[in-house]
Design a protein around this ligand. Structure first.
Ligand SMILES: [Zn+2]
Length: 144
């Protein structure tokens, strides 16, 4: 194995998340640089294990909540203040979706001019015989 391959494994090996394979151990025996880096990683991990996070004071939560309220009061209610209220934002989204749905369903699809009216079509539509004879006479006057 090469040093750059070992360097990628060092954090997990030092933390105990991975175990060294025989190839890794062979490299450690032959490479002083990687062995030194591994020793440094182990020291760092040991220090992190000893480190104790300080406990917050008893009034930490109370002071934090008071501070958050102060900050919330300082911010002016701008035009986008409604977006911070989930109920209002969701209502607006529902209204927008409903509006788009109604708009899209009420629009008639764009089609061509439709079937060209002919005398045969007109005769099926117009059932009045007197009107039909007048139409036929008009059509014959125009030479159709
Ligand atoms: Zn090496």
């Amino acid at each position: 194995m090469k040093c750059n391959e070992i360097n990628e494994l060092l954090p997990d090996l030092a933390a105990g998340l991975a175990s060294a394979t025989p190839e890794v151990n062979d490299h450690f025996r032959s490479c002083a640089a990687c062995t030194g880096t591994m020793a440094d990683f182990r020291k760092t991990m040991a220090l992190l294990d000893e480190w104790q996070a300080p406990e917050p004071s008893a009034y930490f939560d109370v002071r934090l909540q008071a501070r958050l309220r102060e900050e919330a009061d300082k911010q002016p209610a701008g035009w986008w203040a409604w977006a911070r209220r989930p109920a209002l934002a969701i209502s607006l989204a529902v209204v927008m979706v409903a509006g788009m749905t109604i708009y899209r369903t009420e629009r008639k699809p764009v089609t061509g001019p439709g079937p060209v009216p002919t005398l045969a079509n007109i005769s099926t539509i117009c059932r009045c015989s007197r009107m039909w004879t007048r139409i036929r006479k008009l059509a014959s006057d125009f030479g159709e």
